[in-house]
Design a protein around this ligand. Structure first.
Ligand SMILES: [Zn+2]
Ligand SMILES: [Zn+2]
Length: 391
């Protein structure tokens, strides 16, 4: 089975639709899948699998019964949405079929977890997932069910003893952190824009895990404006050492594309090329430190034509062991499809024309006056000693 990779996909995930004007436009998922197909990744490199929706017993691994009941009610009658559960809000308006669409996305991540844990696939991708803000008892930040936390909970249920979660979305992975706050079996690492300037205003380096799980939550709070070199420097100054020390049996990663400089909702300045480099690093780290098991999820990303489809097609191609040359031209048929669906012009190449590089934290030292280095040091000081590492 070695080398096999699955892409979790059911076209009905595009029913996760908060309606016109909402930034989380499901066209980003459809356009990503069409680009995957244009590169023929579904013919060989990736086996496309549609998993069943997450059932109640699975949802209950993370979510409270009363919350799931509230989602079901809002799904059947959107006018009855209860804002006490975060439903019917500006971020999470209720829509008909909300429960079904959310459970289907969660099911794809849970299915990915099952396939990878059982050895049916080495890697599995669900770019419709990564809904990392959903809390055990409430919706938040465009997220209803937390498929990332559910996948991890399912891995634990299947017998995993150490699972690592790495979240490179521009927003803090607060829901996943909350779900496993007191669970030392799950290491959550989130790199994000500083909570002072961005939703959900958490993810401070001092948030390091609950009692009995000290050091199991890791937060890197990056200054607004951080670009490729700083973002990759921070990733490499924190993630590889922690994974080497923690020795996960599975690596779950969340690849929100909203770190991009074109993203309308946040303030980092990362390019597609650095996003691709981070995906490659996650893949390599899964082989190096996580027994080859890798589950890669999507996440945020609101430049729905220019950024998201290319970013996640690179991710899927990397998982399928057929990476796409960034200099390649975007297939013409896909560009027509983009125009047909959005009346926007699609990008021409699979690159932003950047060549990602970073200076390694270990050699050359750090600059105590540099805000990026201060952020990295704050994180290392907060958690590295808990893992027997020097800050
Ligand atoms: Zn985000
Ligand atoms: Zn691989």
């Amino acid at each position: 089975m070695s080398g096999r990779a699955q892409l979790m996909w059911d076209e009905a995930v595009t029913g996760y639709d908060f309606g016109p004007g909402h930034p989380m436009d499901p066209v980003r998922l459809a356009l990503t899948m069409r680009l995957v197909e244009a590169y023929e990744l579904h013919r060989g490199p990736l086996e496309v699998v549609a998993a069943k929706p997450a059932g109640d017993s699975t949802l209950r691994l993370v979510h409270r019964e009363d919350y799931v009941a509230a989602v079901r009610r809002a799904s059947a009658d959107p006018a009855s949405a209860d804002v006490a559960y975060g439903l019917g809000t500006e971020d999470d308006p209720a829509f008909a079929g909300m429960h079904e669409a959310s459970a289907l996305i969660a099911g794809q991540s849970v299915g990915a977890a099952e396939a990878v844990w059982r050895g049916e696939a080495e890697h599995a991708v669900n770019f419709a997932g990564g809904l990392h803000h959903a809390m055990p008892g409430g919706a938040s930040g465009f997220c209803i069910y937390n498929d990332a936390a559910l996948a991890i909970a399912r891995l634990l249920e299947l017998g995993a003893e150490r699972v690592a979660y790495v979240d490179v979305d521009v927003h803090h992975g607060d829901g996943v952190q909350a779900a496993f706050w007191e669970d030392p079996r799950v290491l959550t690492i989130s790199l994000h824009e500083h909570p002072r300037t961005l939703f959900p205003q958490t993810g401070w380096p001092e948030e390091t895990g609950g009692e009995g799980a000290e050091g199991s939550a890791v937060n890197v709070a990056l200054p607004a404006g951080t670009g490729d070199a700083g973002w990759l420097r921070a990733f490499h100054a924190v993630v590889p050492e922690l994974l080497a020390a923690f020795r996960p049996q599975v690596l779950v990663t969340q690849h929100g594309a909203d770190t991009h400089f074109e993203d309308p909702l946040a303030h980092l300045a990362v390019s597609l090329d650095a996003q691709r480099a981070a995906a490659e690093s996650c893949h390599a780290l899964a082989h190096e430190h996580a027994e080859d098991r890798w589950i890669a999820l999507g996440g945020g990303g609101y430049a729905v034509v220019d950024v998201v489809p290319r970013s996640w097609t690179h991710l899927a191609a990397i998982a399928g062991h057929r990476p796409i040359d960034p200099t390649s031209s975007v297939p013409e048929a896909w560009r027509h499809e983009v125009f047909r669906r959005t009346r926007q012009l699609a990008p021409l190449r699979m690159t932003d024309g950047r060549t990602p590089y970073w200076r390694d934290f270990a050699d050359g030292g750090y600059d105590p006056a540099d805000r990026l280095d201060q952020a990295v040091l704050a994180t290392r000081r907060a958690v590295f000693p808990s893992h027997g590492l020097l800050p």
